[in-house]
Design a protein around this ligand. Structure first.
Ligand code: NAD
Length: 249
């Protein structure tokens, strides 16, 4: 068991087909007690119940600082500690540069980048006090190659911001034995892109992926579990590419 008796909080983890829920399930299999944090309409309590009675769901909006702080306090009161945070909540929008409105920019950056900052701020004091913790942030290949498949430039910017934020936090908290790392998924089949890529376009996309397939949520979850576990105890500030070789650099 890689995460025995650890408490792991996963933001945006309620969607049954998403990276967050796959990560939650795999972490639960590795012995962790799971806290699924998501918006009310995503029903995080229902998602946690699907994993088993010891797991809990918390309603919170990662774009709201007070909501993040309340969520962290609730977890600390219920579970006594927070060992792992996965900053997974994110939204995307297909947009061309000149079409990005201020509202579009706010929506996309607020969930991925502001949300990663606020949730990290909410858990870091507890991790520092317990002299240990692991934060894994979900960025994207879009941050590295300048555009993914569906997201606009503001999405690339948000996910590139996550990489910078995570690396800076990793420097700041290394001395407290808190490790902060990122994964950069390529194209993974989830609800965020379901039905949005026409078959003819998919042929071209697959030609660019040496492993010759689209990823599945478990492909990412395994790497998140690794980074959260003691197997990665000497890794901090790392960016782990999970893209089938789409971007070999
Ligand atoms: P998803 O839509 O299934 O999951 C996103 C989750 O975030 C949802 O459960 C949603 O309710 C939640 N969420 C949205 N706004 C929130 C908020 N304000 N507060 C709390 N939760 C909120 O999509 P997914 O593909 O599983 O995406 C998970 C992460 O992986 C995202 O950050 C996404 O950008 C990233 N990602 C996905 C892919 C891919 O190809 N699927 C590739 C690279 C990166």
């Amino acid at each position: 068991m890689l995460l025995k008796d650890k408490v792991a909080l996963i933001t945006g983890g309620a969607g049954p087909n998403g990276l967050g829920f796959a990560t939650a399930r795999m972490m639960a299999e590795q012995g962790a007690r799971i806290v699924i944090l998501d918006l009310a309409q995503a029903d995080p309590a229902g998602a946690a119940a699907r994993l088993g009675p010891q797991h809990i769901g918390v309603v919170a909006d990662v774009t709201d600082k007070a909501s993040c702080e309340l969520a962290a306090r609730t977890v600390l009161e219920t579970c006594g500690r927070i060992d792992v945070l996965v900053n997974n909540a994110g939204i995307t929008q297909p947009r061309k540069t000149v079409d990005i409105t201020g509202a579009d920019y706010d929506a996309v950056l607020d969930v991925s980048l502001r949300g990663t900052l606020y949730m990290s701020q909410a858990v870091l004091p507890a991790m520092r006090a317990q002299k240990g913790g692991a934060i894994v942030c979900i960025s994207s290949v879009s941050a590295q190659r300048g555009g993914g498949i569906l997201g606009g430039p503001h999405y690339s910017a948000a996910k590139a911001g996550v990489l910078g934020l995570a690396r800076a936090m990793a420097r700041e908290y290394g001395n407290d034995n808190v490790r902060i790392n990122c994964v950069t998924p390529g194209l993974i089949a989830t609800d965020i892109n379901k039905g949005l890529i026409p078959a003819d376009r998919m042929v071209g996309i697959l030609e660019q992926i040496p492993l010759n397939r689209i990823g599945g949520p478990d492909d990412v979850a395994g790497c998140v579990v690794f980074l959260a576990s003691d197997l990665a105890r000497y890794c901090t500030g790392v960016t782990l590419d999970v893209n089938g070789g789409m971007l070999i650099h």
